[in-house]
Design a binder for this molecule. Structure first.
Ligand code: TZP
Ligand code: MG
Length: 222
């Protein structure tokens, strides 16, 4: 199974990249210990997406880290990415599964117990759970569920071995609290998904390294 512990979601907008090259920033983040990369590009320019995804794949392969494509099963297929991440309004799980190779990784965004249970019944490899905290990176989020909402989902799906990552507003100051307070007696998060705290950092390597250390060391507060 994929190591979901430090899950980087890319963002190509000027506010995040600040003139830097996307592939360079992702390479720097990988040097710091990112364990999985999701290429997320809401421009929806298929040509640009295929070209960029192909470049990103060359980089992630160097680190033996899976590359997942947000929303676009066609782009994942075109470049042979390891999988996709789909939301509630994207292609349905069974359609994505039918199109992709048998061993492809499919993650699904969930924000309620019902969505999480459905995604597991469908066969998702992992769940993106959120939005944890409100974030300027994605303002059209359906719901902010916090650690309490995340814990309720983990509790309801604790019988399943499905992977879980939290997303939304996670930074160095809150990551240990997110992991600690979200856990239920039988199931904890497998990782955290981060956009701006790594992608927009002046030093993405240092930021990722810092996250990796915080995740490794058990939180020391209740
Ligand atoms: N889905 C829910 S919140 C979010 C996505 C893609 C963005 C998270 O970005 P950040 O910068 O880590 O808060
Ligand atoms: Mg989507």
């Amino acid at each position: 199974m994929v190591d979901l512990s430090l899950y980087l979601v890319t963002d190509s907008t000027p506010a995040i990249l600040k003139g830097r090259d996307l592939c360079t920033v992702v390479d720097q983040a990988l040097q710091g210990g990112v364990t999985v990369v999701q290429y997320r590009d809401k421009s929806n320019d298929t040509g640009v997406m295929v070209e960029t995804a192909r470049k990103l794949h060359q980089i992630t392969k160097k680190y033996n880290v899976p590359l997942l494509i947000n929303d676009r099963v066609d782009v994942a297929l075109a470049i042979g990415a390891e999988g996709v991440h789909i939301g509630q309004d994207d292609l349905k799980y069974e359609e994505a599964r039918r199109l992709l190779p048998e061993n492809a990784i499919i993650g699904i965004s969930t924000s309620t117990v019902e969505e999480a249970k459905k995604a597991i019944a469908d066969g998702a490899d992992y769940l993106g759970i959120g939005t944890m905290f409100a974030t300027p990176t994605k303002t059209n989020t359906k719901s902010v569920i916090g650690t309490a909402g995340t814990q309720a989902i983990l509790d309801a799906i604790s019988d399943s071995p499905v992977g879980t990552v939290s997303i939304g507003g996670i930074n160095h100051s809150n990551v240990q609290r997110v992991i600690y307070q979200s856990q239920s007696p039988k199931k904890a998060l497998d990782g955290v998904a981060i956009v701006s705290a790594i992608m927009a950092a002046d030093d993405p390597t240092a930021s990722a390294k810092h996250f990796a250390e915080l995740i490794k060391n058990p939180p020391r507060f209740a």
